[in-house]
Design a protein around this ligand. Structure first.
Ligand code: PLP
Length: 419
């Protein structure tokens, strides 16, 4: 099998990276673990595990509350994690970074706080056919409660957003809620262009960057959107932490989402005064140690360089597309763009006549972890006309040997089901 980018050197030293991920040393059914499910959740490097372990062992205490040394250290780490995220996505300041438990909560924060304060019956919200349920269901709930109108950007034959009728769809719209990169198709959307069109129509823009932030260099200011959500467990960090970026003036104008401890500066029998940003949106005891893990994950990604991460994934995806085409031809359908410039390393496919779940079960016998199902994107599955796909997704620790193992395991699956 040959790579279409054979002459370009892989910018990542994948063998060294693999050595940083303890889980990649284990075997499954006697086979080397080949983890191709990072679009679902990524694995964690030793440095993330160590940072969290050190926090618990050496300076764990609740944040913001204590005036004793370890509480101050814990608070400094937590605040520092906000600063690290702000730098990573080029936010104006850490005041613009609100931590949540995942991106689902970040999008719900926008739906419950900003949208309920600003949208009325009949106000249009524009979504796309490639959204994850996290960027669909909060808007369905709002539609049922407030009577907002949901409009949908459809897809072209080559799995991009069909922007032919964009201006009509945005006419009168109050919000465009769009994925930065599809978790099924891999399609990377042109956020600056979409944001410009939405703003020209007077709509706010929310980007679901759950897949974009881990895999692309993301600059929220260059994107020009109003809200950007991300989730830590897909970017080498722990589960239990994610967040929302929005500019300070917008966050300032929004009512609090969850009420409780930490999100207030004062409370009396008569009412409360919200805390300053970003704490105004961080009610209750937050994922303190998870924030430390997320900061360590960002350190790891920054040391690799997000340009290098992107280039590595482009090369590996081109290699995989080629390899799958060569081995299976028309017997395998790939749902997503063919041009690696406009797609990430998420490959959804179906092998002729074999159910997606059956394929993934046979792959597991060979130690290959892929996801099968609707990928929390049922509107998209309906558009594609399939109930499910098998999805292999790549990250910094995957290499061509992993792709070769996937292809060989798929050959085994084909033979198994041909009998
Ligand atoms: C594009 C996209 N949006 C949102 C989510 C939801 O992420 P979480 O479960 O961390 O909230 C996912 C996770 O699969 C995703 O891929």
């Amino acid at each position: 099998m040959s790579s279409t980018h054979a002459t370009v050197r892989d910018p990542l030293d994948v063998a060294r990276i693999q050595a940083d991920f303890p889980i990649l040393r284990r075997t499954v059914h006697g086979k080397r673990l080949v983890y191709l499910d990072s679009a679902n959740s990524s694995q964690k490097p030793q440095s993330v595990l160590d940072a969290m372990d050190r926090h618990y062992r050496e300076y764990y205490a609740n944040i913001h509350r204590g005036v004793y040394t370890i509480s101050e250290e814990s608070t400094a780490a937590y605040t520092g994690a906000h600063e690290k995220v702000a730098h990573f996505i080029n936010a104006g300041s850490m005041r613009e970074i609100v931590f949540t438990k995942n991106i689902t909560e970040a999008i719900n924060l926008v739906a419950y706080s900003w949208a309920r304060a600003n949208l009325r019956a009949g106000d249009p919200i524009v979504l796309t056919d490639m959204e994850h349920h996290a960027n669909v269901v909060p808007w369905h709930i709002l539609a049922a409660e407030r009577g907002v109108e949901l409009r949908w950007i459809t897809l072209t034959d080559d799995y991009h957003l069909d922007l032919t009728d964009l201006d009509q769809l945005l006419d009168g719209a109050k919000l465009l809620a769009v994925s930065g990169m599809s978790n099924v198709l891999g399609t990377i959307n042109d956020i600056p262009r979409l944001a410009e069109a939405a703003h020209a129509a007077g709509a706010r823009v929310l980007v679901d960057a759950a897949q974009a932030v881990p895999h692309l260099p993301v600059d929220v200011q260059a994107w020009g959107a109003d809200f950007v959500g991300f989730t830590g467990h897909k970017m080498l960090g722990p589960s239990g932490i994610g967040g929302l970026w929005a500019p300070e003036d917008l966050l300032d104008a929004m009512p609090p989402f969850l009420g409780g401890g930490e999100m207030i500066s004062d409370v009396s029998r008569d009412g409360f005064t919200p805390n300053e940003l970003p704490w105004k949106f961080e009610a209750g005891t937050m994922p303190i140690v998870e924030a430390t893990g997320l900061a360590a994950a960002i350190d790891y990604l920054e040391a690799l360089g997000m340009d290098a991460v992107r280039l590595h994934e482009k090369q590996l995806t081109a290699y995989a597309l080629n390899a799958l085409d060569e081995r299976f031809g028309d017997r395998l359908t790939i749902y997503g763009p063919r041009d690696v410039e406009t797609r990430g390393g998420t490959l959804s496919f179906l092998l002729d006549g074999i159910h997606a779940h059956d394929v993934s079960q046979v792959l597991d016998e060979d130690g290959v972890c892929v996801r099968a199902g609707h990928h929390c994107a049922k509107p998209l599955m309906r558009v594609l006309g399939v109930p499910a796909t098998t999805r292999a997704s790549f990250y910094v620790y995957n290499d061509e040997a992993d792709v070769d193992t996937l292809v060989d395991a798929l050959v085994t699956a084909e033979k198994f089901f041909a009998i």
